[in-house]
Design a protein around this ligand. Structure first.
Ligand SMILES: NC(=O)c1ccc[n+]([C@@H]2O[C@H](COP(=O)([O-])OP(=O)(O)OC[C@H]3O[C@@H](n4cnc5c(N)ncnc54)[C@H](O)[C@@H]3O)[C@@H](O)[C@H]2O)c1
Length: 280
C-alpha cells in the first residue's frame, strides 16, 4: 500500500486537471507539496485550499518551457524539504488541426510544453533524486495519444509519442545505472478537465484559429473531453496503476484496441487508417 504520510511531492502543472486530482488524493494521505504552474491565480487559490485542509505547500509560478525556471523550482524544493519522494510532470496542452494548416508556432509550442518541459524537469530533479539513494518516484504525464495515432491532432500525437519515448529512455537508463528512482509514464485516455480552455490561453494569434475547420475540430475536442472519464475514476485508475508498479499507467480499457491496432500495423508493415474519436 502506497504511504504518502510526510512524503514530499513536487508537481509541475499541478494547479488544474490531472495534477490537481493527484495532489488532492496525496494530500488526504498526509503528503507535503511543492507545486509549480504557469497559471498564477489558479495556483494561489489551490495552495490556499490545501493549506486550509492542513497540508504544507510551497508554490512557484513558472513556465516549464524555461529550463532556468524549472531548475530554480527544483533548487527551492530541495532547499525547503531536503529531498523529493515523488516528482510529477502534468503540465501540457492539447491541439487540434490539419497537418497542412496548423500554424508552425503551435507545433513548436506543443513540442516545448509537452516534451521539452519534461526534459527540463528530468534534468533539474532526477540527478538529485538518484543521489538520495532511496526508493522514490518520477511520473511524467504523456497520453494514450502517445501509444496510438489518428488524424487532426498531429502536433499533439507527435509530442505525446516523444513524451512516451522520453520516459522509456529514462526508465531504461535508471535501471542501467542501478538507481532506486522508479520512473512511470502516465497515459490517460479522455478525462474531464479544462485542458482545451487552458490550452486556448496559450495560443498566439493566427488566421487559422478563426477558420471553420479549426473551430469545428476544436469543438469536437471540447465535446470529447466533456464526455470523458470523471476525475475520480481516472484517479482510481492512476493510483491503482502506480500501486501495481505499471510503467505505462493507463486509465481506459476501451483504448486497448487502439494501441493493439497501431502495434499490429507496425508489425504487419501496414498503412494505418483513420479511427473514430472515442469519449470513454
Ligand atoms: N484531460 C485529458 O483527457 C488528458 C488525456 C490524456 C493526456 N492528458 C495530458 O495530461 C496533462 C495535463 O492535462 P489536464 O487535462 O490536466 O489539463 P489542465 O489544463 O487542466 O492542466 C494542465 C496544467 O498545466 C499548466 N501548464 C500548462 N503549460 C504549462 C507550462 N508551460 N508551464 C507550467 N505550467 C503549465 C496549466 O496552467 C494547467 O494548470 C497534459 O499534458 C495533457 O496533454 C490529458
Amino acid at each position: 500500500m502506497l504511504d504518502f504520510k510526510d512524503k514530499v511531492v513536487a508537481v509541475i502543472g499541478g494547479a488544474s486537471g490531472l495534477g490537481k486530482g493527484m495532489i488532492l488524493r496525496m494530500a488526504k494521505g498526509g503528503a507535503k507539496f511543492a507545486i509549480a504552474d504557469r497559471h498564477g491565480s489558479n495556483l494561489a487559490q489551490f495552495a490556499d485550499q490545501l493549506r486550509a485542509d492542513g497540508a504544507e505547500v510551497f508554490t512557484k509560478c513558472l513556465d516549464a518551457r524555461n529550463d532556468g525556471d524549472v531548475m530554480e523550482f527544483a533548487d527551492a524544493t530541495f532547499a525547503k524539504y531536503g529531498g523529493v519522494d515523488y516528482y510529477i510532470y502534468t503540465a501540457g496542452m492539447s491541439s487540434m488541426g490539419s497537418i497542412f494548416r496548423l500554424p508552425l508556432s503551435e507545433w513548436r509550442m506543443l513540442f516545448e510544453m509537452n516534451v521539452m518541459g519534461q526534459v527540463h524537469g528530468i534534468r533539474a530533479f532526477i540527478p538529485r533524486m538518484i543521489e538520495q539513494n532511496r526508493e522514490c518516484y518520477v511520473i511524467n504525464t504523456a497520453s494514450n495519444a502517445g501509444l496510438e495515432t489518428n488524424a487532426y491532432l498531429p502536433a499533439y500525437f507527435m509530442s505525446k509519442h516523444a513524451a512516451v519515448s522520453l520516459s522509456e529512455s529514462l526508465t531504461i537508463e535508471l535501471q542501467a545505472i542501478g538507481s532506486k528512482v522508479k520512473a512511470y509514464v502516465f497515459c490517460p485516455g479522455l478525462v474531464q478537465t479544462p485542458l482545451s480552455y487552458n490550452s486556448a490561453e496559450m495560443r498566439v494569434e493566427d488566421p487559422y484559429y478563426t477558420s471553420d475547420e479549426y473551430q469545428k475540430l476544436t469543438q469536437l475536442g471540447k465535446n470529447a473531453l466533456a464526455n470523458g472519464m470523471t476525475m475520480d475514476e481516472a484517479m482510481d485508475r492512476f493510483f491503482q496503476g502506480l500501486e501495481a508498479d505499471n510503467f505505462y499507467i493507463r486509465t481506459h480499457d476501451n483504448e486497448e484496441e487502439q494501441v493493439r491496432y497501431r502495434t499490429e500495423m507496425v508489425l504487419n508493415r501496414t498503412r494505418p487508417l483513420p479511427i473514430p474519436m472515442r469519449a470513454k
